[in-house]
Design a protein around this ligand. Structure first.
Ligand code: SF4
Ligand code: SF4
Length: 191
């Protein structure tokens, strides 16, 4: 057989062999159990210390700035009209107004360091992770504005749209709307 024909047949053989190897791998995965799920119709349980979007109790915040100072990326913005302190009778913050408490989720890396120094334990790492927005400005969550609606954390748009179709989403939306804290397990305890 001429040398150029021999080379051509060898290339054909190599090509067929690599297709067969590829198809064998594809077929193997066709019959193995899937490790992905159809979220949000199916949902996996979070690890107890999973750190999601913050939950914030504005009525306990004394605007001391400790969380903002601990934040490694400077993404917590706080403003108050006058000093605030905890009223021992009610357990709530009193004094000046908490004018602003906001977190910029374009920068937040969910390290939970802001939870560690909080003297009133009013900032927590929550369980909601799938928050989206249509603008960069909307990625800055204004927790003081949410508090006026008795919310501790923002309500994801998709959650509102799917609550009637998916039972666990409905339950979670109801919890968020009631202003209930999901967890404190992911917070770093004060030292
Ligand atoms: S989780 Fe970390 S990055 Fe995010 S606000 Fe708290 S300290 Fe800052
Ligand atoms: S450390 Fe706690 S009390 Fe102080 S400003 Fe931050 S959230 Fe408010």
């Amino acid at each position: 057989m001429p040398e150029h024909q021999d080379g051509y047949l060898r290339q054909m053989w190599d090509a067929l062999k690599s297709i067969a190897i590829g198809m064998r791998i594809t077929l193997k995965y066709c019959f193995t159990r899937s490790v992905t799920i159809q979220y949000p119709f199916e949902k996996l349980a979070f690890a107890p210390r999973y750190r999601g979007i913050h939950e914030f109790e504005a009525d306990k915040c004394i605007a001391c700035d400790q969380c903002a100072k601990a934040c490694p990326v400077d993404c917590i913005y706080i403003d108050k009209s006058a000093p605030r302190k905890i009223d021992k009778a009610t357990g709530k913050a009193a004094g000046g107004e908490l004018v602003r408490f906001a977190i910029d989720y374009q920068k937040c890396m969910f390290c939970a360091l802001c939870t560690e120094p909080c003297p009133t334990e009013c900032i927590h790492m929550g369980k909601i992770h799938d928050l989206s927005a249509y603008s960069r400005q909307a990625m800055i969550v204004e927790f003081t504005e949410l508090d006026k609606e008795n919310l501790r954390t923002p309500v994801p748009i998709w959650m509102e749209r799917n609550a009637d179709k998916i039972p666990w989403v409905k339950k979670e939306l109801q919890r968020v709307r009631r202003g209930e804290i999901a967890t404190k397990e992911a917070d770093i305890p004060p030292v």
